[in-house]
Design a protein around this ligand. Sequence first.
Ligand code: 13P
Length: 261
Amino acid sequence: MRGKFVAGNWKMNTDLASGLALAKSLVGGIAADGAISAGLASGKLRTAVCPPFPYISAIAEAIKGSKVELGAQNCYMEKPGAFTGEVAAAMLKDIGCGLVILGHSERRHKMGETDSQIKAKLLVAQGAGLEVILCLGETLTERQAEKTFAVLAGQIVGALGGLPVEALDKLVIAYEPVWAIGTGVNATPGQAQEAHAFIRSELAKHFGKAAADKMIIQYGGSLTAENANEILSQPDVDGGLVGGASLDAKKFLPILQAAVA
Ligand code: 13P
């Protein structure tokens, strides 16, 4: 039985003070909520925050002793060395990150990141001991042209093609339709389920059904307290990768509640 995993992607938001306040109110809110605490204690629920690089160490202190996991939003595709301005996966591991988001659509589309770069990053990140949250998702134009499945299949091959099944041990997939990110327009529960089931079937094709059945596939794209119940109750939706609603504990905690309901 797969549990649920809800992670907050803070993107390029917060300052140090507001990031610390957010982390503290999250930890306090979790401690005060019996269902969320029980879910985290039993392993049926995981949660994480992914702050901007400069604040990760401070947030690590703020969540210490809690069940909130720590992630970064990107890393470089090389081991430490002469790469001015980049951040190595090993450095993230060193400061307490267990996770790194890779292939986010903002990096694919705004920074021009390619599948082969994402694959290289994934290998370096897993090699450094990080678990990767790999983001996949189609643009509105691709969906309207009925290319959603082809895009998802291509992104899966692009990042994971030829890797051994063990690559799935330290991997979470996030389905994030680009048209739903930060727009207030979420995928319908049916659209999310359809895409998640497709992603799982592609993983089964490449890695076998047993490995695919174990995979956590998060939904991301305008996930809120209001729509979380319905979306997270879809059979192949195993949690969420939350942007906007992760910046306020009062909005993030109800998504955790929906995940354990
Ligand atoms: P929003 O929840 O703000 O739509 O962002 C989703 C996302 O991109 C998470 O990585």
